[in-house]
Design a protein around this ligand. Structure first.
Ligand code: SF4
Length: 377
């Protein structure tokens, strides 16, 4: 049985990509709000090891194809991929089968900052991946702004030409005191330099923002300064997630010691409104994360800005009781959008859940709601 190495995460938009682990863990690993790689040492992987994983992925790909002929599906991959997904011999088989089921056209290089590899080694890896799987049209990876800022324009252009189509960067905030407090290890100016370099190289850029990162104190500055940084960068995508804290993060201790006060959902919605209203870029705004209260606030900027703000207005003008109802329904995964408040079946489920979770009070128990959110990360 074949197997290759897989890292712990990938962006939601890469759920159907072939995953190739180019490096292990995070080269920074200090952000207070992140637990993904805590206690794990960063390692560059030898290019020959990465190539060996690609060869194994190819062997699994060929095995699934052969199975298709043997099973009477005449080379049709989706049917055999489905068989494999029902009973995968390993995580690697599951990943290849899932990727093939969805067309086999994209790959994601793990872990947190593949751009830190020597440029010639990264281009070599990307070229080998493309040669091994000529049907792949999109190759993406995570990166840090600081690393992007250190690459020369020529290096980034070379990566683009070799086939690197998109970088996902965790901007989180554009407000320096907050970046500093959260130990993000980068300044707003470096975020702009890194982001601009990526955009100018022709590599598509997706910047991630954490709603609520400013807490109760800095939400206003966080919203405005983050928008200003993004206006300078003008990335193809802006993706938002909402701050969710668990025991594995040092921010958890800051909260316990009253050094950081979490923003309530109402405050975060206010912050998102301020953030969007200050955005003057030409980006696609995506809210594809379960932690976001108003996941339907999405669109292409600038033309959809008013439509997006109208959704926020709709939430803000709900009667207090309805707001609480929606928050609980969202946090328990029953509601997806505000119109679900009109669905009597879903309302009934939320009513039962409120009762079961002891959330019947007129004021929501913020701690309990935060705890419900922890299971999403
Ligand atoms: S750089 Fe990214 S992966 Fe690394 S600690 Fe910070 S948020 Fe986590």
């Amino acid at each position: 049985m074949h197997s290759f190495e897989l890292g712990p995460i990938r962006p939601p938009s890469e759920a159907y990509s072939l995953l190739i682990r180019a490096t292990r863990n995070c080269s920074w690993n200090r952000c207070k709000f992140c637990h993904t790689y805590k206690g794990k040492k960063f390692q560059l992987r030898p290019v020959e090891d990465i190539k060996e994983d690609i060869r194994i992925a190819k062997a699994i790909h060929n095995e699934i194809k052969e199975l298709s002929w043997k099973s009477g599906y005449d080379g049709r991959i989706r049917e055999t991929a489905t068989m494999m997904l029902n009973n995968p011999p390993s995580e690697a088989y599951y990943n290849v089968a899932m990727w093939l089921y969805y067309g086999g056209e994209s790959a994601f290089l793990q872990d947190a900052n593949s751009l830190i590899m020597k440029t010639n080694e990264l281009t070599d890896t990307i070229k080998f991946l493309k040669e091994s799987f000529p049907d792949i049209k999109r190759i993406t990876s995570y990166a840090r702004s600081k690393t992007a800022a250190k690459k020369s324009p020529d290096e980034l252009t070379e990566l683009c030409s070799s086939g690197l189509t998109r970088l996902h960067i965790g901007l989180e905030s554009g407000y320096d005191p907050l970046l500093n407090y959260m130990d993000k290890g980068v300044t707003a100016a470096e975020q702009i330099t890194g982001g601009r370099k990526v955009v100018e190289s022709g590599i598509s850029l997706c910047e991630y923002v954490i709603l609520g990162l400013g807490g109760e104190d800095k939400w206003r500055e966080h919203a405005i300064q983050t928008a200003m940084v993004l206006n300078e960068i003008d990335p193809a995508f802006i993706r938002v997630r909402t701050l969710t804290v668990n025991h594995g993060m040092s921010l958890y201790d800051e909260i316990e010691n009253n050094n950081f006060v979490r923003a309530t959902d109402d405050k975060i919605v206010k912050e998102e409104k301020l953030f969007i209203s200050h955005l003057n870029c030409h980006s696609t705004y995506v809210s594809d994360h379960i932690t976001n209260l108003l996941q339907e606030v999405e669109g292409i900027l600038p033309q959809d800005k008013e439509k997006m703000l109208a959704i926020i207005d709709k939430f803000q003008t709900l009667p207090a009781e309805e707001k609480i109802n929606f928050r609980i329904g969202r946090r328990t995964g029953v509601y997806n959008q505000l119109d679900d408040l009109n669905d009597s079946g879903k309302r009934q489920v939320v009513k039962q859940l409120k009762h079961r979770l002891g959330l019947n009070g007129e004021q929501p128990d913020e701690k309990r709601i935060s705890r419900i959110m922890e299971r999403f990360i």
